[in-house]
Design a protein around this ligand. Structure first.
Ligand code: GLY
Length: 367
């Protein structure tokens, strides 16, 4: 596959659709029409709002064009306002700020962006329950909820320790990662989405079904968050137990890649159900490419290329009728409110991150 020419096509499409986002003054969420749609809930506090500036930074690196930097910074300003509002922020400040303010600091050395990223890391620290986990969401009955997605957000804490020299952030990240290792990783290499703990004692209370098909099933995006999250935990710490977890999750994920290279929404969904989530496939592809570099195991590279080639062959929309590229993304198995079989911004983000890795140009914004 000629990944360099796919990148050129993506740069051309986003150069046009970034103008539309700026004209409308929004942070894109869904791009299946001639204009972008903003996030479905909670405005610019929605957990996906970092992916647009992250995508713009990736394109800036790939193209060398400052146009994308300017657009990344337009979105960054909106996200910085959310730090002050604070109302809806939760553990996903990792997704939101590593890819926006964190990327700006990493790529330009901008000091204000560094401060904002540390602010986000401090908010994340405030969600730590010393009983052993980072609280996920804000609901009144969710004090004991932890979710697998949080493994991705831990990178913000590891980054903060590296940047300040203060080990507290990394210490908290390791405690949460070890809890996830013990409580989320199943013997077959799949992971649970939500585990509820007693917020006072830290004892496990229940597993909840979350965004997958049913309780005990394998929501594919959750599998991908676990896969990339443990890979990043290893990259941040060099602790082999995290690498072993990532490899176990990888083996299960690879066994479920469809023959056409696309990804089902849940690996346990009924055989006659057609419900894809290419978001999951792109997140997994990024992680598998990192695992290939870390272990030298070519099977990871082969699997990642199957996923990327699958969406290039079947699920890319290059037309001017839409703003985004990757199709057939599904936010949640049973709730179509945030999108089913459509373009969703973090699908495009991870697609471009994977292409950047495949061409040796990824700035690795998660570290
Ligand atoms: N972090 C939420 C999701 O993957 O939908």
């Amino acid at each position: 596959m000629d990944y360099a020419s796919i990148i050129e096509k993506a740069i051309a499409k986003f150069r046009r659709s970034a103008v539309i986002a700026a004209e409308d003054g929004l942070i894109p969420y869904q791009g299946n029409a001639a204009r972008w749609t903003g996030s479905p809930w909670e405005g610019n506090s929605w957990w996906t709002c970092g992916f647009w500036p992250g995508l713009m930074w990736q394109l800036h690196v790939l193209s060398g064009d400052d146009f994308f930097k300017t657009e990344a910074r337009r979105a960054e300003k909106l996200l910085v306002q959310e730090l002050n509002t604070f109302r809806y922020l939760h553990h996903d400040v990792g997704f939101m700020y590593l890819l926006s303010t964190g990327a700006d600091w990493k790529l330009t050395g901008d000091e204000a962006s560094k401060t904002h990223t540390l602010h986000a890391a401090s908010i994340m620290m405030g969600r730590f329950n010393p009983a052993g986990f980072i609280r996920a969401w804000n609901g009144a009955d969710q004090a004991g909820y932890a979710i697998i997605d949080c493994m991705m957000n831990l990178s913000l804490l590891f980054w903060a320790s590296r940047t300040t020299g203060d080990p507290r952030f990394a210490h908290v990240a390791r405690i949460h990662a070890d809890t996830a290792l013990r409580e989320f990783l199943r013997p077959d290499g799949s992971v649970s989405h939500i585990i509820e703990f007693d917020p006072v004692t830290g004892q496990r209370v229940a597993e909840h079904a979350g965004q997958g098909y049913c309780l005990g099933s394998q929501w594919s995006r959750g599998q991908a968050w676990g896969l990339y999250g443990f890979t990043l935990a290893y990259m941040n710490t060099q602790e082999l137990r995290y690498l072993a977890a990532a490899e176990k999750i990888a083996a299960n994920f690879i066994a479920h890649i469809r023959p056409d290279g696309l990804t089902d929404c849940d690996f346990c969904q009924p055989a006659d159900e057609v419900r894809l989530d290419n978001l999951a496939g792109m997140i997994a592809a990024c992680s598998l490419l990192e695992l290939h570099k870390l272990t030298g195991n070519a099977a990871y590279d082969v699997a990642a290329r199957r996923l990327v080639d699958g969406v290039i062959e079947h699920c890319c929309d290059w037309s001017e009728a839409s703003c985004g590229i990757l199709t057939h993304c599904t936010a949640s198995y049973h709730d179509d409110g945030a999108g089913r079989h459509t373009n969703i911004i973090y699908g495009d983000y991870f697609f471009i991150e994977a292409l950047a890795k495949l061409t040796g140009k990824d700035p690795m914004l998660w570290l």
